[in-house]
Design a protein around this ligand. Sequence first.
Ligand SMILES: *Cc1c(COP(=O)(O)O)cnc(C)c1O
Length: 379
Amino acid sequence: MIHFNVPPFVGTEFKYMQEAVNNHKICGDGPFTKKCNEWLEKRFNAKKVMLTTSGSTALDMAALLCGIKPGDEVILPSFTFSSTANSFVLAGATLVFVDVRPDTMNIDETKIEAAITDKTKVICPVHYAGVACEMDTIMDIAKRHHLMVVEDAAQGVMSTYKGKALGTIGDFGCYSFHETKNYSMGEGGAIVINNAAYIEKAEILREKGTNRSQFFRGQVAKYNWVDFGDSYLQSDLNAAYLWAQLEVADQINENRLETWNKYYTAFKPLEEKGIVQLPIIPEGCVHNAHMFYLKTKNLEIRQAYIKFMKENDILCVFHYVPLHSAPAGLKFGRFDGVDENTTADSDRLVRLPMYYNIKSDDLNKVIEKTLEFFNSETK
Ligand SMILES: *Cc1c(COP(=O)(O)O)cnc(C)c1O
């Protein structure tokens, strides 16, 4: 069986987790958490990074830090994971879904301005597949309308837009280190805080509403409950697992890009014959090979392809059911403008096995079976 995803494992994870145990420090903000935060800050030139328990809770923090109040509106794509939407719903916002661009499946920046009302507070672009949204345009819109920007960069760790790391461009960026992501600790994430005015607030929010972080730095004599908060600190055991991977982040990245490029080269002839569409990486974007997807001509062909691959012991998957058409999406939001691409293109999209160190025999089999399927009849 060729799995769709295998969690990354580089070999030093157990050693570091053992070290965390020996340190007698397995709660949050231990030595491995600090190493990870500092690595992410330095590597991505980010003001402040804090590990969290998931990408979802990083988004929760961002929504709360934006000061969302009931009735506020948040603009986001409908083609995304439920987490992007949940955080804003939990904070009381109404969702306003905007169509995606067919080339990247990212929010169509040319359709954002029409969706802005006097209730709009936040734009939340999602860097789908680790390929950047058109951030210059989005930041310019946000500036002109006094909106905050939360980047859902769950899939975008190690990707850049015009040289800037994804997650470091908006007011906040959110990463995921779930086992399906490029770098993992099982469940985990991080919030990137690019607006220094929010660092102290974020520290309090994640420390159960206390100023314990200031206390540990000797800035206050005792720590106290100072505001509302929750616990978003990741265990140092998980951070130890992640640290093993951050240490060799380039190796993981290059390995994934190699796989991605092999797929791309192998399927280029299919695209030239008009049988499938391949992902497009716009100028100025450097991606991280988070996923490899194809678009078939229609839904029926996609389903037949997934079935064919499964019969050959290869797992390919599709996503997302557009949020605006889902029961919760209908309840919590509305689609602004015309759905030209979101539904039509999500129906045609299929993801191929993609993970660190996929065996070359397995990769070749995926390629071979895919070519066999699409070349067999007129697809
Ligand atoms: C994975 C993902 C999340 C959520 O991350 P978790 O760590 O699983 O909570 C949010 N948004 C997008 C786009 C994702 O792909």
